[in-house]
Design a binder for this molecule. Structure first.
Ligand code: GLU
Length: 355
């Protein structure tokens, strides 16, 4: 709303009309004050955001460290030079830099959003009781982690908890559960997402370890659907194609209390977000979850496809895609970019200026 808008009201000498005109002007001013999108982002301005993304892109585009994941054969064939950054603020403004349209498989990033789906459908207590919300301190696909606590004390962001979470999604059969997950991830992204068939086939032919995990959980009474089918749906869920922009919109939906700020659709409740983000904070980046949180202050989730989504609560979601990974399995460039942007914009939630 602006002054031009106010000036389009017809002129009249009538006192009543004058009064309502003054009232309208005051409301317009108030609206400008309260709903100004730039102000809603705190001290973030579009210029600052654009500059931070540009600088991060230029600074890190030539980094050659890391290597594509190859334990899923198809991932080794993905172009390692894909490099895209997207940031979506909670007022729905989309900022991009680099290649934000090339797709990679979402892989483990999907786990955070399936966790949100399960919390939304069954409640946060069910997540805590039926799966667990503790970082395991062990590898993401560790069988020891299951053995140690007889299938308890895991979380939905490592493979055992993620397959268990998939097995908890409501649906009458395997096809219905898969459709529900794909649709739900699509609502977070604000568009219809699709399966990367070669990646799915490549992993499905070689996922014996995940099948073993599902069966072991079943043996401990911690698998809530057929283990073979749950593993298959989980494998499909990991093979959903996303761009850096998709990841950013997904993250911004969490940053915005569960309402997609681009489509304005309510995907999950603010309470679901409140319980999802802490799991991302404690277990989002594999064995480096602690060091990540220490250095960025942002809940995040990475995937071996090369994507990372991070959430700055109340402010924005940021998605970065760059396939080469470090030893812990996290995209090298995505971590560098997000940490740089957080620092540059001064948005680490733990950076508190004393009054
Ligand atoms: N589908 C992959 C697996 O289960 C996901 C791994 C990941 O991104 O962490 O091994």
């Amino acid at each position: 709303m602006n002054s031009n808008h106010i000036n389009t009201y017809p002129q009249t000498c009538n006192l009543k009309a004058m009064k309502s005109k003054i009232l309208l002007s005051l409301m317009a001013l108030l609206g400008l004050f309260i709903f100004n999108p730039v102000q809603a982002q705190g001290n973030l301005t579009p210029e600052k955001i654009k500059a931070a993304l540009d600088e991060a892109y230029t600074k890190f585009k030539d980094v050659k460290d890391g290597k594509n994941a190859d334990y899923i054969k198809e991932l080794a064939n993905v172009d390692p030079n894909i490099f895209g950054i997207a940031l979506v603020t909670t007022d729905g403004t989309v900022y991009t830099k680099g290649d934000v349209s090339s797709m990679v498989s979402i892989q483990s990033v999907s786990k955070a959003f399936v966790a949100a789906q399960v919390i939304e459908q069954l409640g946060h207590q069910a997540m805590q009781d039926k799966i667990g919300v503790d970082a395991t301190g062990l590898k993401f696909n560790s069988i020891v982690a299951i053995e140690e606590h007889r299938g308890k004390e895991i979380n939905p962001l490592v493979n055992p908890g993620a397959i268990a979470a998939t097995s908890l999604v409501a649906g009458k059969d395997s096809a219905a559960i898969w459709k529900s997950i794909l649709d739900f991830q699509g609502k977070f992204a604000g568009r219809t997402l699709a399966l990367n068939m070669p990646v799915y086939i490549s992993e499905a032919g070689d996922n014996l370890r995940n099948q073993a995990i599902a069966h072991l959980l079943k043996a401990y009474g911690r698998m809530y659907f057929d283990p073979v089918q749950a593993t298959d749906i989980y494998t499909k869920q990991c093979a959903i194609n996303v761009s850096a922009k998709d990841l950013a919109v997904m993250g911004s939906t969490l940053a915005n209390g569960g309402v997609n700020p681009v489509t304005k659709e309510k995907v999950v409740s603010p309470e679901t977000v409140m319980y999802t983000l802490p799991i991302m904070a404690t277990a989002g980046l594999y064995d480096d979850s602690g060091i990540w949180y220490y250095n960025s202050g942002l809940p995040a989730k990475s995937g071996v496809g090369g994507g990372i989504v991070a959430v700055c609560p109340g402010k924005f979601g940021i998605g970065v895609v760059s396939p080469p990974l470090d030893e812990a399995g996290n995209s090298v460039k995505a971590q560098l970019v997000i940490k740089y942007v957080v620092e540059k914009l001064g948005v680490n939630p733990f950076l508190i200026q004393p009054k």
